[in-house]
Design a protein around this ligand. Sequence first.
Ligand code: AMP
Ligand code: GLY
Length: 430
Amino acid sequence: MKVLLVGSGGREHALAWGLAASERCDALYCAPGNAGIESCAECVDIKVDDVEALVDFAKDQAIDLVVVGPEGPLVVGLVDALKAAGIAVFGPDKKAAQLEGSKGFMKDLCAKYAIPTAGYGRFTDFHAAQKFIEDQPGNVVVKADGLAAGKGVIMCNNKAEAIEAAREMLSGGSFGAAGAEIVIEEFMDGEELSYFALADGRSVLPLSSAQDHKRAFDGDEGPNTGGMGAYSPAHLMTPEMEAEILERIIEPTIKGMAAEGCPFTGVLYAGIMVVDGRPKLLEYNVRFGDPECQPLMMRLQGDLLEILDAAAHGRLAEIADQVSWSEKVALCVVMATKGYPGSYPKNTPISGLDDTAEIKDVTVFHAGTARDADGQIVSTGGRVLGVTAVGESIAEAQRRAYMAVNKINWPNGFCRRDIGWRALEAEQAA
Ligand code: AMP
Ligand code: GLY
């Protein structure tokens, strides 16, 4: 098969690594890719949101399957355009991508199909929003309806803050058009985990769980980021919890989407809040998490291309027995450019990457990297590397990941030193 992967982050490097290992993969292209993806795919210089150029490339190269990594192109209809051109694709179409693209759409679906989630209201009018906030018994979270690069969620400590956040969003001051409509929801107190499942429009194929660290600094302090590290499986996950997530959250969603005339194909990433031991849905994403994808791919046993191709063709039920998960733990430490998630320099040199090969069961996935004119690896983004290790325990995976981090020489980079701390505490207490 000839495969085109769309994206350029650590998630896409992990997907490229998995796809390239498939016996069925004859050629793998990645648009636009990065300096790490070059080692397993041919990178083509097309941006992820250039729908026309992606469709043209897929037609010209007679691509058999397109795999879309990030949400942006899904929400604007890349899948619809590819399908219209007769090209098979893994990912939801524009209507189904609303599960991530519109928080109001997602909440309405949950309400209609009795999926456990926080109570909410949808608003375009400030005065109605203000009244709703005043009437709530506790604290609320104010969210821009549309995509806001993970920043459109304001956790409010009191009603005044919530009213101000609603005013700012609805006036278009923060988040522009994405905030023209808002969702206000009840604050849920608990610990978060992520759960991933594939769907082919009708059937669900459960994948596995992960937990990420969104804050920039150790101890889960500092500003929110896209994710500074992740591990899989989530230490909170139990077989009972997984069954409940599938039965009460994932399956009704996939059935509901089909009933609403927008069947979902692709990967459904459920952000779950565990409240008093029970799972409640925080949000849906319609793609793999980044960095959660990196540890997931290191635990996946089975042919990734075969699995994604089956999802794209409505054949998930046929291949369910070909998917299994390593019993081991995988853990990814993100190395970011100093300054991230604020402003940061670009083109800073990174060396020592080859030395990480000495450490067993470690893969360094690249996110924001490129090669300069001399072939030297340089940083080009905020999150730059995902140093991912597998171990028998969270302690072993963590130790290996940080041994590899310590081999990397990048004066402009930083990472958290405590990825997996909750799981480690739980493991040590057990
Ligand atoms: P979302 O993009 O909707 O997942 O929100 C981003 C983050 O905000 C989540 O991962 C949670 O940490 C937090 N969050 C969102 N909604 C709620 C809620 N209703 N209660 C508590 N925390 C929330
Ligand atoms: N790591 C969070 C996300 O991919 O949205």
